[in-house]
Design a protein around this ligand. Structure first.
Ligand code: HAM
Length: 426
């Protein structure tokens, strides 16, 4: 039965047992961020459309082709957030978070929306975990941000990925490069549409998937060769810091980030098993963004990691078991499953289970009217470590038998001291 409705095309959804992996990924990334003194910011899913057109840039695919924009009942143009950075900076300015200690260190997670053509690893609603460190321009802060993503991936067990870094320099570096780059492009025979894109942002041509274009730009001048001494020094400091931290990286001078606000450091984490949608995370520094949005002229740096793609990467590296047929997930287990026989037993079970849960154990009980055999099967499927059957005899005597499912071993216990017995058993 497929029912009358299906989720909209291209959205990603998570339900047990796979949602357990989702939770684990978010929790790990939260842990590494909290350990570095980043704190949660929870933001609206929709914002003024102009926040993104101005913040992310009109030359980008994200803004020009992929936004979910709608008018609300008051005739205001709103957009489902396609990314997180613009909203974070909006909130920092609006609430004056940049008037205290700098850098402001924040993390966020949640759904983001881009009307892209759906395919494996590319969704219209997807999930990101992101951090932003706003207010200081210091290459060692860039290193910290990259290190948090790296530690996050490593602590999840991921191995088959590569960190790529580059520098997009400052205004001066970019305008020097732009002159030479446009001279180079002028000698190529490019079609009208490509020329239009190049005018808005010349670097976007590196993103062109067509082999003939890639062949034409093989010898194109790269920005890294035009860095001002200040930008070059910062890039060197970043590389030194990453080396000091034992974080391997490669320099990719042709990296093009999909959003226009980047300056200076830019980076991407590319997973080798994921084919066309290989970027499991990316980010960089943005010097002008806050000023563009009407705030102080402060720089910031951050990343967005794609949770959906991280899960695909974990699966491809064989690090999780997310088969839907198997109800026993890696993490889903119960410390105790109580099987009550009859209503009197259910009444006792429901309060016993409450007590057990209060002490931090994970516990559940049999609901409905299942046979003892059926309930035992359920306990097994739920990965219960211990089972307690509650029938008339147990209610009367106040005694029961706690069964350890791993080996079938049983111990006699007093119902009133169930929690203590469980603690002993585990
Ligand atoms: P982004 O590179 O556009 O950066 O997205 C970050 C990550 O989100 C990507 O590397 C990818 O893993 C995931 N992602 C993006 N689009 C999709 C999609 N359609 N389906 C599945 N996953 C996707 C940003 O969004 C910046 N705000 C990151 C940042 C923060 N830069 C500075 N601070």
């Amino acid at each position: 039965m497929s029912g009358d409705f299906q989720a909209p095309k291209g959205v990603s959804e998570y339900f047990p047992p796979r949602s357990g992996i989702f939770e684990k990924v978010v929790r790990k990334l939260e842990q590494v961020s909290l350990a570095a003194n980043y704190h949660l910011i929870e933001l609206p899913i929709f914002e003024d459309t102009e926040l993104f057109t101005r913040g992310v840039g009109e030359s980008t695919d994200v803004v020009s082709k992929e936004m979910y924009t709608f008018e609300d009942r008051g005739g205001r143009s709103l957009t489902l957030r396609p990314e997180g950075t613009a909203g974070v900076i909006r909130s920092i300015i609006e609430h004056g978070l940049d008037r205290g200690q700098l850098p402001v260190k924040l993390y966020y997670r949640g759904p983001f929306f881009r009307a892209e053509r759906p395919q494996a690893g590319r969704y219209r609603q997807f999930y990101q975990f992101g951090i932003e460190a706003v207010g200081l321009d210091d290459p060692f802060l860039d290193a910290e941000v990259i290190a948090i993503a790296y530690r996050g991936f490593s602590s999840l067990g991921l191995k088959n990925f590569e960190l790529q870094i580059t520098s997009l320099g400052d205004d001066e570096s970019r305008s020097k490069h732009r002159v030479e780059f446009l001279k180079f492009l002028a000698n190529l025979d490019l079609d009208g549409e490509t020329l239009d894109r190049v005018k808005k942002n010349p670097l976007r041509i590196f993103d062109d998937k067509r082999a003939e274009i890639q062949a034409k730009i093989k010898e194109a001048p790269v920005l890294l060769d035009f860095l001002t001494p200040d930008s070059a020094m910062k890039f060197e400091a970043l590389k030194r810091a990453l080396t000091e931290l034992g974080i391997p990286f490669v320099v990719n001078s042709r990296m093009v980030r999909g959003l226009d606000y980047y300056t200076g450091t830019a980076f991407e984490f590319v997973h080798r098993d994921l084919g066309a949608q290989a970027s499991i995370g990316g980010g960089g520094r943005y010097d002008g963004l806050m000023k563009t949005l009407g705030g102080q002229d402060l720089s910031g740096i951050g990343f967005g990691l794609g949770i959906d793609r991280i899960i695909l990467a974990l699966e491809s590296e064989g690090l999780v078991n997310s088969s839907n047929e198997n109800a026993k997930s890696d993490d889903g287990y119960l410390d105790l499953f109580i099987i009550p026989i009859g209503d009197g037993a259910k009444l006792r079970a429901i309060s016993l289970i409450e007590m057990v849960r209060k002490t931090g154990f994970v516990a559940d009980m049999g609901f409905g009217d299942r046979s003892l055999k059926g309930a035992m099967k359920a306990a097994d499927k739920l990965n219960a470590r211990h089972v307690l059957v509650l029938g008339d005899a147990e209610l009367q005597s106040g005694q029961g038998r706690l069964k350890r499912m791993a080996d079938g071993n049983e111990v006699s216990i007093t119902l009133d001291s169930l929690v203590a017995s469980l603690k002993n058993a585990i």
